[in-house]
Design a protein around this ligand. Structure first.
Ligand code: 9MR
Length: 375
């Protein structure tokens, strides 16, 4: 009798433990639910937080892919001309490898957040062309075989779908000013030469819906595919708010890129929520509204075979660019609380992935396409 009681108490404890694990992601993690439908579950991460055991435990449990939030950007990798620093990026790669995660590289070329030496150098187009070639070659070459996909060019179009002015395009540019997307094509060619196996992406924000910007990206991808410029995918950042108008067209937008033979990855999803002067939520209803947006993005990605990754920009409200960037007017943008508790947004993603699991034909198509691409 006594033994039976001990036995059943142990069973109850086991059940409770299993329940606790499930609640915290455990056997139902984003990572495993994503894997079952052929989607990588990703998060932007930063090695300076690796000393926080809650941070690493959450990453390892719930994510199959990480991307350095800042460590592979130009300012980090080439702080002085011709002098490369791969230490922080390497640390992130080592962490990913130790835990069976893929690494998305971000990014090889951007108009913003470059080192001062680049802006102040008064380089000629010929010099800039050589600086750009060397940078892409060195960085993509260093990470060859360890970074499976690169954002080769980041945020080159404005909201009207025109090319933004930039040091690479026309100020002064690498000698291709006025030649439309030629400088972008050049970046992709150099990246491909440095790492022929990496998947090469163009990445931008506010292009989730069908609008002037996503139309311009679509036209560029179509042109690149027709001319054999090596492009494999489009990254849709998805920095969203509670209204997130473009999300209703997200599935259709992903489908049209799929029709061009490229994949789409959700690369930087976060959903900002307004906060009061004390930095608190206006009401708990906001988190339910936020979860709806997360769920809709996850559903759109899961239902389209071209969508191969679902990544958020960070994962815990403890570390997010949103409060600082919005002068503390918004916050709470990510799927885990600052205490690493899964929020309604987390469960919305999980349930969208599980719902998609029932639709095996989409998963089958996605996996088959992915294999063909990697061949
Ligand atoms: O979150 C990033 C922040 O910490 C950096 O200060 C900033 C500049 O490098 O970049 C932020 O990340 C951006 C990403 O690289 C590109 N898309 C927009 C992201 C948010 O600004």
């Amino acid at each position: 009798m006594a033994r039976r009681i001990v036995g059943s108490a142990a069973a109850v404890m086991l059940l409770a433990l299993a329940g606790g694990l499930m609640a915290a992601g455990g056997s139902q993690s984003l990572r495993s639910a994503g894997a079952r439908i052929g989607i990588l579950a990703g998060a932007a991460a930063a090695p300076q937080h690796f000393s926080d055991p809650n941070y690493t435990a959450t990453l390892i449990r719930d994510y199959s892919m990480i991307e350095p939030e800042n460590q592979m950007k130009w300012r980090a990798t080439e702080p002085a001309r011709g002098q490369f620093n791969f230490r922080p990026g390497d640390e992130l790669v080592r962490f990913a490898q130790a835990h069976g995660m893929k690494v998305r590289g971000h990014n090889l070329l951007w108009a913003k957040f470059n080192p001062a030496w680049l802006y102040r150098g008064h380089f000629t187009p010929a010099q800039l062309r050589e600086i750009m070639r060397q940078h892409i070659t060195r960085v993509a070459g260093h990470y060859a075989g360890r970074v499976f996909a690169w954002d080769v060019v980041n945020e080159a179009f404005d909201r009207e779908g025109h090319l933004r002015h930039s040091i690479w395009y026309d100020r002064p540019g690498i000698g291709l000013a006025g030649d439309g997307t030629a400088y972008i094509a050049q970046a992709f060619r150099w990246a491909h030469a440095a790492d022929p196996k990496a998947l090469l992406f163009y990445n931008d924000f506010d292009a989730e819906g069908i609008n002037a910007k996503s139309d311009a990206i679509y036209a560029m991808v179509k042109d690149f595919k027709a001319r054999g410029v090596p492009i494999d995918g489009v990254g849709l950042q998805a920095h969203l708010g509670l209204n997130a108008a473009g999300v209703s067209q997200l599935a259709a937008n992903i489908a049209r890129f799929g029709g061009l033979g490229v994949q789409v990855q959700i690369t930087e999803l976060d959903v900002r929520v307004p906060v009061n002067a004390q930095g608190q939520l206006l009401s708990s209803n906001e988190l339910a509204r936020q979860a709806k947006v997360y769920g809709r993005v996850a559903e759109a990605c899961a239902q389209e075979p071209a969508c191969t990754a679902f990544q958020t920009w960070g994962f815990t409200d403890r570390y997010s660019w949103i409060p600082h960037h919005t002068h503390e007017k918004f916050g709470f943008a990510l799927p885990f609380s600052s205490a690493y508790k899964p929020k309604p947004a987390y469960y919305a993603i999980l349930s969208a992935f599980k719902k998609a699991e029932r639709n095996r034909s989409v998963t089958g198509q996605r996996i088959r396409l992915e294999r063909e691409r990697l061949r």
